[in-house]
Design a protein around this ligand. Structure first.
Ligand code: AMP
Length: 283
């Protein structure tokens, strides 16, 4: 497994990879969710490249950039064990050298859901992912349904900018009690960790209601809201029942939807989602 930092090192190592190349962008502190993407990439491609970069431009001024968990040694040994061929760990100076002034922005769908509460977040994401794609030049790139809107936004960017890259969206990996795996789960105290299952419980309750015939968007949102509000350690930021394609909030009768939410447990902001009525677990 080759580990590179600079663009020159990356280009040299990339040129030697057998094609097709599958690429998994991450912010590190890897867990089984990340590794499931690596396994999908292994399955579909002759080579697998992974990036580890905590991208400062996708964090807001009051978010957790400074505290975001990092453990490069551990990450590298996990990736080595998965048979990854190339790991790119650029520094902030490599990605954003002095004088940097070019941004990639997807318009409409980045203003909804997460975009409402994290202004500028997706502009940071699309800019860094465009730069990662330009560096790695993969044939396929793997994203988790965990960050459903991010996956949608990247699909849109690839389409709009003619990237010759297939975007593959992989299912959410969960802990045995349903909590979606996330590097941020490490912030939770044992008591908060228990309370954090409320997101899964809320989504499951709404999904079950949908499957039993509840089709009203407001009723589905209310089921999620009531479940979250019943958990004293949780503070709801938003619940959504949205069109899976446009991400616009739905009203009245729905036949398919992306159910999603953001919830604070203590100071930790958690997100989760489920698709209903699409016949698929992912976009
Ligand atoms: P991150 O390191 O949080 O930026 O995540 C890197 C990639 O892993 C993104 O495409 C995420 O959607 C994906 N990912 C994170 N958590 C999970 C999970 N629990 N299941 C599946 N994919 C995930």
């Amino acid at each position: 497994m080759k580990v590179v930092t600079t663009l020159e090192e990356l280009w040299e190592a990339r040129a030697q990879l057998p094609e097709p190349v599958g690429f998994v962008p991450t912010m590190g502190y890897l867990h089984d969710g990340h590794l499931s993407l690596v396994r999908c990439a292994k399955r579909d491609n002759r080579s697998v490249a992974v990036s580890i970069f905590v991208n400062p431009t996708q964090f807001g001024p009051n978010e957790d950039l400074e505290n975001y968990p990092r453990d490069l040694e551990r990450d590298l040994s996990l990736l080595e064990a998965e048979g990854v061929d190339l790991v790119w760990t650029p520094t902030a100076e490599v990605m954003y050298p002095p004088g940097f002034q070019t941004w990639v922005e997807v318009e409409k769908i980045t203003k909804l859901l997460e975009g409402k509460y994290r202004p500028g977040h997706f502009r940071g994401v699309t800019t860094v992912v465009a730069k990662l794609f330009n560096g790695v030049q993969p044939q396929r790139a793997y994203f988790g349904q965990k960050d459903a809107q991010q996956a949608r936004v990247i699909q849109q960017m690839v389409r709009d900018l003619n990237y010759p890259i297939e975007i593959v969206v992989c299912p959410i990996r969960r802990e045995p009690d349903g909590l979606a795996m996330s590097s941020r789960n490490t912030y939770l105290t044992p008591e908060q960790r228990k309370a954090a299952t409320v997101l899964y419980r809320a989504l499951t309750a709404a999904k079950k209601a949908f499957e039993q015939g509840e089709r009203d968007a407001d009723a589905l949102r209310k089921i999620m809201e009531d479940t979250i509000n019943a958990e004293p350690l949780a503070r709801l930021q938003y619940v959504s029942c949205a069109d899976p394609d446009t991400l616009e909030e739905l009203h009245g009768k729905v036949d398919k939807a992306l159910l999603s939410m953001a919830v604070f447990v203590g100071k930790t902001r958690l997100i989760d989602n489920m698709l209903v009525g699409t016949g698929k677990e992912t976009f």
